[in-house]
Write a protein that binds this ligand. Structure first.
Ligand SMILES: CC(C)(COP(=O)(O)OP(=O)(O)OC[C@H]1O[C@@H](n2cnc3c(N)ncnc32)[C@H](O)[C@@H]1OP(=O)(O)O)[C@@H](O)C(=O)NCCC(=O)NCCS
Length: 160
């Protein structure tokens, strides 16, 4: 029997591996004005100093969200976070960040940074929930889809 109203199962979290590069590129392209290619994701995910988490649909195995971070000594920078638009506001971003930050802390990361467009209300609210604080601004750092410059806010969260 089919239950059309049944809620989809919550994605499960896994370490992000390079065989997900094409799915990362597709999800990223659907989430940002300027996407990164599957090749770019493959070399990033394969790099020794990069770590990521994947949120995977338990039934289909499809990627529904991911986060990717570059580490350097005891500092790290979140490079990107994206959740499938159909699954947003269901706690997937929060679950990804919580698991990822715990792993980064276990790897010895003390200071975590990221850049976020100042108009990205969803991301800013998510990061505020996790205690990130603004430590700088980069004017004209991003280009919107119409080519207009946009300011990046630099956020920081101490892990230890
Ligand atoms: C930002 C993003 C990853 C959040 O993922 P998500 O799975 O929807 O987030 P969650 O459901 O876990 O939400 C966690 C908290 O973030 C905040 N938040 C998330 N989306 C929000 C929105 N649209 N408006 C306001 N607050 C929002 C809320 O505080 C929320 O907690 P609540 O639902 O209990 O109020 C998702 O919106 C996304 O992929 N956006 C496009 C890509 C992007 O902008 N990435 C960040 C680049 S720096």
């Amino acid at each position: 029997m089919v239950f059309p109203f049944r809620k989809a199962a919550q994605p499960v979290l896994r370490p992000l591996r390079s065989d997900r590069a094409a799915q990362c590129a597709a999800l990223h392209a659907a989430s940002f004005a300027h996407g990164w290619s599957a090749q770019e994701f493959e070399s990033l995910i394969s790099a020794a100093n990069v770590s990521g988490e994947a949120a995977v649909d338990p039934a289909s195995g499809r990627l529904r969200g991911f986060v990717l971070t570059r580490l350097a000594a005891d500092e790290a920078e979140i490079l990107t976070v994206a959740v499938d638009a159909a699954l947003r506001r269901r706690g997937v971003g929060r679950a990804l960040l919580a698991a990822h930050m715990a792993r980064l802390a276990s790897l010895g990361v003390k200071k975590l940074f990221l850049e976020v467009e100042q108009d990205n209300a969803a991301a800013l609210a998510l990061y505020a929930r996790f205690g990130f604080r603004e430590v700088g601004q980069r004017k004209g750092y991003y280009r919107k889809s119409d080519g207009a410059p946009a300011t990046a806010l630099v956020l920081r969260r101490d892990l230890l």
